[in-house]
Design a binder for this molecule. Structure first.
Ligand SMILES: [Zn+2]
Ligand SMILES: [Zn+2]
Length: 460
């Protein structure tokens, strides 16, 4: 379903779902209360795990220590555990004593090639291989918090097993940030996509999947949106080949440098003139350009890399096609040749409108009413693959300390990115509450809609 259709459906479905959501919410209230109580009792442990994981960050596909910690914890709770999924991923299955639906909860475990500044007593000093080079490693995207929170949720829900209706699948995913041991262009797979290929959703098969990401924002505030939430992303590589010669006699050369300048300018028209921006925003960025060795030599080639982002699969396909055609034909007009390689990375992350509407009361309960609509995220997420397989909901949790302005807080991936640990208990409550609320809800029925509204938070 395209995002436009999705958001139209979203407006209808949300209205239809409100009374169902309220009913389900009321039915599962005792379970939600129990989640809140138990979340408070695991808070200290979650903070300890988070600090431990933060001090020992691991890059994509190298999360061996982290996944061992997770697997041991899940086994200790009596869950069925599968390790080595997508190399270092862990799956845990918790079967409630009462019959019911199946829900998946996902956390990502990998860190980034970022050097952590000194300061925190548990600051990282870790170094690991990144594409053949030794680099400093830091949890600069908060996946340490995600892993610790989901370990806490597992403990909370395992403690309620006797009262739990249905099954919870815990997904501890590697390599969300992209591979660290090979390049995406190598054709190898990683992360969520590989976990699905290795049967993550086969037995048990979840009916919904929830994910949560920490980010700068008011402390403990949840935010989400329906429909498209995070961008699709494609890696772009362009090689412009000309003919080398003397810089004083350019007429004897084919200049890939001037050609590349034309290509870059031309690519700006792909979004501004060709993409239907009423369907989806789009971005084409050239991030690197390399060519030439000396002032008076016209080189024989220039290499460029970049990224393409959209929020709609149709727009994505069109932009990808236009980028390739524009680069190739501009190069041809200069007598040069452009080879364009576009490597699909992540799909658009789409929040299922009906699921989002049904879960809105649970989110408000978990965050004590602090729920906001999130803007479109320019980043991309491979949670998108889980949410393509079954209805998904991806929410953000604000982790900026109370005395700081979230607008000025360092963003994810910045070495100064900071997680205020007071938010962690809200994250545990959120994922736990979503799980019990979903498990206790009847499967969705397609009720006819009344007044469509674009985005609704009840009581907001
Ligand atoms: Zn990240
Ligand atoms: Zn992240």
């Amino acid at each position: 379903m395209s995002d436009t259709r999705a958001s139209r459906f979203s407006a209808l479905a949300m209205t239809a779902c409100m009374c169902v959501a309220a009913r389900a919410h009321a039915q599962t209230e005792p379970l939600q209360t129990e989640v809140r109580k138990r979340a408070a009792t695991v808070e200290e442990k979650v903070i300890r795990w988070r600090r431990d994981i933060h001090e020992h960050p691991e890059l994509a596909d190298q999360e061996t220590r982290t996944s061992r910690l997770v697997a041991e914890h899940l086994r200790g709770l009596g869950l069925e555990v599968r390790t080595g999924v997508a190399r270092t991923g862990v799956l845990g299955v918790l079967r409630g004593a009462r019959p019911g639906r199946t829900v998946a909860l996902r956390a990502d475990m990998d860190a980034l090639p970022v050097k952590e500044p000194e300061g925190l007593p548990f600051a990282s000093k870790a170094r690991q291989a990144y594409l053949g080079k030794e680099v400093d490693v830091m949890h600069a995207c908060g996946h340490d918090a995600h892993t610790a929170m989901l370990m806490g949720v597992a403990e909370v829900l395992a403690g309620m097993r006797d009262r739990l209706p249905g099954t919870v699948l815990f997904i501890f995913q590697p390599a969300e940030e992209g591979p660290s041991l090979f390049t995406p262009a190598s054709g190898k797979k990683w992360g969520a996509k590989l976990m699905l290929e290795e049967g993550a959703f086969q037995d048990p098969r979840p009916e919904a999947v929830f994910g949560l990401h920490v980010m700068p924002g008011p402390l403990g505030q949840l935010s989400f949106r329906t429909g498209a939430t995070a961008a699709s992303s494609d890696d772009l590589e362009i090689t412009v080949t000309g003919h080398q010669g003397h810089g004083g006699m350019p007429w004897n050369t084919i200049d890939p440098i001037t050609t590349s300048a034309l290509v870059i300018s031309g690519l700006q028209t792909v979004v501004s003139r060709r993409a239907n921006l009423t369907l989806s925003p789009a971005v084409v960025t050239i991030g690197t350009i390399n060519g030439g060795t000396r002032a008076n030599i016209v080189p024989d080639r220039v290499m460029m890399t970049g990224t393409i982002r959209t929020y709609d699969e149709k727009v994505r396909a069109q932009v990808d096609g236009d980028v390739a055609r524009t680069a190739e034909h501009i190069a041809e007009s200069s007598g040069a040749k452009a080879e364009v390689r576009i490597t699909p990375m992540y799909a658009t992350t789409v929040n299922d409108p009906a699921l989002a509407a049904a879960m809105a009361p649970a989110l408000r309960n978990a965050a004590d009413g602090k729920v906001a609509e999130s803007p479109l995220a320019g980043a991309s997420e491979d949670f998108s693959f889980f949410a393509e397989a079954v209805p998904g909901l991806y929410v953000f949790l604000g982790v900026t300390p109370k005395d700081q302005d979230p607008e000025k807080a360092a963003p994810n991936h910045n070495p100064e990115f900071f997680v205020d640990e007071h938010a962690l208990v809200v994250g545990v409550r959120t994922m736990g509450t979503l799980a019990v609320n979903f498990l206790g809800s009847p499967p969705a029925t397609k009720e006819p809609a009344k007044a469509p509204r674009a985005f609704v938070h009840e009581d907001r």
